[in-house]
Design a protein around this ligand. Structure first.
Ligand code: BG6
Length: 478
């Protein structure tokens, strides 16, 4: 058997993309609640002033807030050993700056955790997954301000204390390196400079100084959170969470190779070096200078980063890209840029499908950091069709996942220490980049559509039964 017997098979979601109940039980508004629906080729909008007749998908999402017991029962039926979900920060601290947490919010997640434990499912909790309380954006432009470190730590203290003894694995910030690109400013960091007018999500005015200063504050907050977690419960294990964007030089022209190295440093190593090695990499100074960024680093920060390195590394992996020094237009769907690879097919959303890139990613990260790894997002966003007999034959998704799991196993044979695998959107949910329901990832279909219709019923896809078999055989029968 290639994978360890305690391999954490499971699935992943995020609160803002599945819970709904956006204003219930004392929850405050988060930055994802001010994003409208959109679709591929038509950006969702950011509306700091909520519009009465506009469709906001996070309001109902897939009603996981009310149906989590039904959903977790389905996960258990597939044999999940682990469920990665996130806590909506604004359920615990509605505005973000309160002194005391909201009991109703804490109780809700306690129920979710207990429901997982009932089935022997290990909770893996993302503390901040694309939903900074909007109150903090209004108060201090969120992570641009150093005050955020204290707000975040208050939130961490509340949940670390409350769930002690029930939870083992925590992740500080989802896809922290999405803030290396303009797209990460709002969702990841809560940064919004115009609080009056709507803007296009994919076309926000960008101020790199804010993003990188924000990242510095997040690094310090993450390092302090790791230390706090270990003090509160020595059994806690805290990981980072990054996008791994595999990239290859488009040609063997040395300029393309250097362009690729630069890309890797910017997107794949900058954040993870700090979180896993405890210090900024040597290349950071020149890179920041060339972007016109001057970091405000306080005395004591270096010590904090050094003492707060993560226990394990987690990442999302969806696609790869090619890098070139030449002025060639980028692939439309690739969030972190790059040009298409002529050897690879693409999804309907322009994400290039590259299973071997996952083996490359695992080896690259393990070679560089030597820490246990976990693939906490991977999957194929596709349009699923319900057949006349009610079946949903998503063979394309099975093929995608099978090929990626095969490559994961190759990486383990290469010597990588791999803890687990939680494919993204194990139940259909709202897309983060486009804000639509039509981009489905799940083993479980949810009858909910972009025009606001649908009864939210859950249906098992063909991949549900396939994944059940995969887990049962610990990845031997693919
Ligand atoms: C990651 C995010 O970027 O990829 C998720 O952590 C997101 O929140 C997932 O949903 C897939 O992206 P998308 O845009 O297809 O939803």
């Amino acid at each position: 058997m290639v994978l360890s017997k305690d391999f954490l098979w499971g699935g992943a979601t995020a609160a803002n993309q599945c819970e709904g109940a956006w204003d219930r039980d004392g929850k405050g508004i988060s930055v994802s609640d001010i994003c409208t629906g959109g679709k591929f080729g038509q950006s969702k909008r950011i509306t700091p002033v909520l519009e009465p007749d506009t469709f906001y998908p996070s309001r109902e999402a897939i009603q996981h807030y009310d149906r989590f017991r039904e959903d977790i029962a389905l996960f258990a039926e597939m044999g999940f050993k682990c469920y990665r979900f996130s806590i909506a920060w604004a359920r615990i601290f509605p505005n973000g700056d309160e002194a005391q947490p909201n009991e109703a919010g804490l109780r809700h997640y306690e129920e979710v955790i207990d429901e997982c434990l009932k089935y022997g499912i290990e909770p893996l909790i993302t503390i901040s997954h694309y939903e900074v309380p909007f109150g903090l954006t209004k108060k201090c432009n969120a992570w641009v301000s150093r005050d955020m470190i204290d707000y975040f730590l208050n939130y961490c203290r509340a949940i670390f204390t409350r769930y002690k003894g029930k939870v083992k694995y925590w992740l500080t910030f989802n896809e922290i390196n999405s803030a290396s690109a303009p797209m990460g400013a709002l969702l990841n960091q809560g940064i919004l400079n115009d609080l009056e007018h709507p803007t296009e999500f994919m076309n926000q005015p960008d101020i790199p100084q804010q993003r990188y200063q924000g990242l510095h504050h997040m690094f310090v907050a993450s390092a302090l959170a790791v230390q706090m977690a270990h003090e509160i419960d020595p059994n806690y294990r805290v990981g980072n969470m990054m996008i791994y964007s595999a990239s290859y030089p488009l040609t063997c022209d040395p300029d393309d190779v250097l362009a690729c190295q630069h890309y890797n440093r910017l997107y794949n190593y900058y954040c993870t070096d700090v979180q896993a090695r405890g210090a900024y990499p040597a290349f950071a100074a020149r890179m920041l200078e060339e972007m016109g960024v001057k970091l405000d680093v306080q005395p004591g920060d270096a010590e904090i980063l050094k003492n707060g390195t993560v226990d394990f590394i987690t990442f999302s992996y969806y696609m790869s890209s090619c890098q070139t020094a030449k002025d060639i237009k980028g692939g439309e769907g690739n969030i972190l840029g790059g040009v298409p690879n002529p050897n690879l097919p693409s999804s309907d959303w322009g994400w290039q499908i590259d299973p071997k890139g996952l083996r490359y990613a695992l080896n690259d990260l393990y070679d560089r950091y030597g820490l246990p790894l976990m693939v906490v997002e991977n999957g194929l966003g596709a349009k699923d069709v319900i057949g006349a007999d009610g079946s949903i034959n998503d063979d394309y998704r099975i093929d995608y996942l099978r090929q990626h799991i095969e490559q994961m196993k190759e990486a383990v044979k290469d010597g990588v220490d791999l803890m687990g695998y939680t494919p993204w959107g194990c139940i259909d949910l709202v897309s983060a980049s486009t804000g639509e329901y039509a981009k489905r990832y799940g083993f479980i279909y949810v009858r909910r559509y972009d025009d606001g219709t649908g009864d939210f019923a859950r249906l098992k896809k063909k991949s549900f039964y396939w994944y059940q078999k995969v887990i049962k055989t610990n990845g031997e029968d693919l």
